[in-house]
Design a protein around this ligand. Sequence first.
Ligand code: ADP
Ligand code: F6P
Length: 495
Amino acid sequence: MTQLRPHKSPIRVKSASVGEELEVQTSKKSDFVVVANRLPVDRVTGDDGEASWRRSPGGLVTAIVPVMQRREGAWVGWQGSPDEDLEPFTAEGMTLVPVRLSGQDIELYYEGFSNATLWPLYHDVIAQPVYRRRLWDAYVRVNERFAQATADIAAEGAVVWVQDYQLQLVPKMLRELRPDLRIGFFLHIPFPPMELFQQLPWRREILEGLLGADLVGFQSPDGASNFVRLSRRFCDLKTQRHEVMLDDRTVRAGAFPISVDANELIALVGTPEVQKRAAQIREDLGNPACVLLGVDRLDYTKGIQQRLRAFTELFKDKTLKCGDAVFVQIATPSRERVEEYRILRDEIELQVGRANGMYAELGAPIINYMHTSYSRDELAALYLAADVMVVTPLRDGMNLVAKEYVACRADLRGSLLLSEFAGAANELHRAFLVNPYDIGGTKHRMYEAMHASPVERARRMRSMRKRVIEHDVDRWANEFLVALEGNQRHAVSAG
Ligand code: ADP
Ligand code: F6P
């Protein structure tokens, strides 16, 4: 087994927004290892050439950070910039083990096979997936590197939890390197049905990769059933309900819907600073009768264009006039070198400009659009300021934004407009549910959500909050890890 290289003398790196210095770790094997494409912090180099760190984007990081902060363990992942060899270090109370990606790896494995092949294929082929052998080769190569880095850091008999679509080959590779490990895999995005998955030229290899795990977790029961059915069909394996039988062991599949750190959010919105900021946001928006909010990575799966169209049509129809309602759309920059994402950004910016050009008044846009990331405090204040949270993905594994909004509305005063195609809709039945492809239907439901009575809002919100508070991220992690290990070794109590 390869040993970690001895560490150089400790260095300290300035941290821009994670709020503490990052310190190089002494080499130590871990009993619990999370493996994900990204570390929770990205290394960014400013115009002055100085390196700093900021929180990585996306739901995976939001969910896994609190889980890791409450457990001793190591997180293996890429630090977000090319061609850097970094030693393991600690940040925000977590041990982080960087995996190096070259510029070419980023282009072929991350932007290529992960985000131009798998991402669109697994999201209902909303965009056309790209099938190229060169991208696949890079995916294999980089998965091998993650498997090796994990084999190096994991202690004898450790529990390893591999995350998401970028690393589907790691379970099998890791088992070959380290048969002593207990390996779990969780897919954060949808797992497609046979009719779509069978397009993939490397479908068998992907399934075999996942079958290296002892337990494969999905956001929904559909994902788990698709996986079992596909294993039977393309790997010629016997299956029984949610189990796949190999010669020497059984692989279990199951639904483990991910969630948020509800207590953290409840505490955050309880602070006077966040409440003051929420009031200030409303005032800055001109105290309109209704504030609608969208918070997403700028991704074509999120249905941003469709929701803005529905909103704008309410002005076109003269159902609304300027001053009645303001839409705030926050879009985190995402995968900006992938062609589809560049086109999407241009289209949304054009759409916002047009809508404001047609229906805004001087100093009073109907849509406020921000292409940037915000701190957790600012997001919490935005959630508190919004009368209607608009979460309308065309397809989404879960969508944590919907659950964050619900957790934040202890005052029971907001409405959630939610796509039927978000995993969250399986749990948040009392949201105003919409089919985002149906612009007319979305428009009417949006109007209904805006004008719901306080009693109706409270009734819906109370029921959704019960679900999110009872099924928080700790429960998600506990349930997965207990199912993986069959005992309570890694369980921690919520709160
Ligand atoms: P995905 O994993 O596809 O990005 P999710 O909705 O599940 O989608 O998770 C997104 C996470 O990123 C949430 O925790 C949300 O609060 C966070 N987020 C989204 N947009 C922003 C933003 N502009 N600034 C900061 N965090 C954001
Ligand atoms: O599951 C959603 C997800 O793809 C995560 O795997 C990822 O960390 C996040 O969204 C953000 O995407 P990216 O890492 O490509 O910026």
